[in-house]
Design a protein around this ligand. Structure first.
Ligand code: ZN
Length: 256
């Protein structure tokens, strides 16, 4: 009797998937559910449905993938907004003596972000207060206004930046430490940044617009600053799904 009740519940949920255009998945899941016992049904109820529901929600918000990635549970944990470590300043590495330590920290950062499709990560985001950043700029992005120009993955040791003009713009930002949220931040649009690469060589790069914004965002992490602290118009700080439906966001993308 109990099982029948649970089955009825699950089938109701599965049918709701059909209504949201997920017919193939719901149909095959329903067939499987009928063949297996209560433990499988419970598993379907708690995992497959909730994940699919989340995917549908983000799809309806106009995203081609999840609005924020789900971290692998075995990976080093990414600290979230509110964790006091994120507000501390990070120490530079002594090079070349500490290059082996750079590689150790970098490996932790890679594990933490494996498969997450993020733009950048700074070491303090996994609780390591050292000046190390990994950054890869995509040509396009579902949420961020890019320049259509991809930049290769850069591993930056002890990075610094300076403005090359007084020009600034205001654009949307997000952060793995502030999952599921976005806000508008004013940044310099033309900068030069310098860092040591993994070979211990000093590199200098000029950056514009989104590239420049991402660099400033990551180096802020090394100084204990998170983007929500820089949002001047606090009405623009909110959940990604809400923001992407807002007229402010659509206006910024030329959609209205
Ligand atoms: Zn960030």
């Amino acid at each position: 009797m109990k099982l029948k009740k649970r089955e009825a519940n699950i089938f109701t949920k599965l049918r709701s998937l059909l209504r949201f255009g997920c017919a193939a998945l719901a149909f095959s899941t329903e067939l499987s559910a009928m063949r297996f016992g209560s433990s499988i049904l419970l598993f379907l109820e708690t995992s497959a449905y909730s994940l699919t529901h989340r995917r549908m929600t983000t799809m309806s918000a106009g995203l081609s993938n999840l609005d924020y990635p789900i971290q692998n549970q075995d990976a080093p944990k990414i600290l979230r907004f509110g964790n006091s470590k994120l507000y501390e300043k990070s120490l530079p590495f002594n090079l070349p003596e500490e290059m082996p330590l750079v590689h150790e920290v970098l490996e932790q950062m890679r594990q933490a972000t494996k498969g997450m499709g993020n733009v950048g990560l700074a070491a303090p985001q996994i609780g390591i207060l050292r000046q190390l950043v990994m950054l890869e700029i995509p040509a396009t992005h579902t949420r961020y206004k890019t320049d259509g120009i991809a930049q290769p993955m850069r591993i930056m040791i002890n990075p610094v930046w300076k403005a090359l003009s007084n020009d600034k713009n205001v654009e949307w930002e997000g952060c793995l430490s502030v999952p599921g949220m976005m806000g508008m931040v004013q940044r310099h649009t033309h900068i030069e940044y310098s860092y040591f690469d993994l070979g211990g060589n000093l590199q200098s790069v000029q950056a514009y617009n989104f590239h420049a914004r991402a660099v400033q965002h990551e180096i802020d992490h090394l100084n204990g600053v998170l983007f929500p602290l820089l949002v001047e118009n606090r009405c623009t700080l909110g959940f990604t799904e809400e923001i992407m439906h807002s007229s402010e966001f659509k206006k910024s993308r030329g959609l209205v």
